[in-house]
Design a protein around this ligand. Structure first.
Ligand SMILES: Nc1nc2[nH]cnc2c(=O)[nH]1
Length: 165
């Protein structure tokens, strides 16, 4: 259930970018049972990590704090609508619901004309397009090789995992 306090906290985190070099103004919090269990801000440039978005950082923080990879039952509050990378991470982690402030169009209007020196650009439209397609239909060229070798390892590992379960 939506709680404005948590969205305000996500927005407050985003303001840290105003005086923290290497961060961008995207803040997020993860909430479980009415308590914040993880927080994040975009640290892509600071961390030399293009996947360090506010939401992915909050997910990493919550998973570390709860010592789990399972965030089912947790909600994510973000100062900005998440991109496809973060939506994927949220779905993998099992996030139950999303609450956000600025939408993609509002964020795009605010930052679209910034030069590369000012921020690492994310092509949100291409990301959304690519992530929804089968590998053969994407813009990014992709080739498959050595599938039998790799698949054998998957089978061997699954066989071992089944015997331990
Ligand atoms: N929601 C969101 N949008 C972004 N666009 C670029 N970086 C980010 C981020 O960290 N969060």
């Amino acid at each position: 259930m939506y709680n404005e306090t948590f969205l305000r906290r996500a927005i407050e985190i985003s303001t840290q970018a105003l005086d923290t070099p290497g961060t961008e103004p995207f803040g997020a919090v993860i909430v479980k049972d009415g308590k914040i269990v993880g927080e994040g801000i975009n640290r892509s440039v600071m961390n030399h990590d293009p996947t360090s978005h506010g939401e992915t950082e909050a997910i990493r923080d919550a998973c570390r704090n709860l010592e789990t990879v399972d965030l089912r039952g947790c909600d994510l509050y973000s100062s900005c609508e998440p991109c496809a990378l973060c939506v994927a991470a949220m779905n993998i982690a099992g996030i139950a619901a999303l609450y956000f402030a600025a939408d993609m169009a509002q964020a795009g209007d605010a930052i679209a004309d910034l030069p590369e020196a000012a921020r690492f650009p994310v092509d949100v439209e291409r990301l959304t397009h690519e992530c929804g397609l089968a590998v053969a239909d994407r813009i990014m060229p992709a080739e498959q090789h050595l599938d039998a070798e790799a698949t054998k390892i998957l089978h061997d590992w699954a066989c071992h995992a089944r015997s331990q379960a």
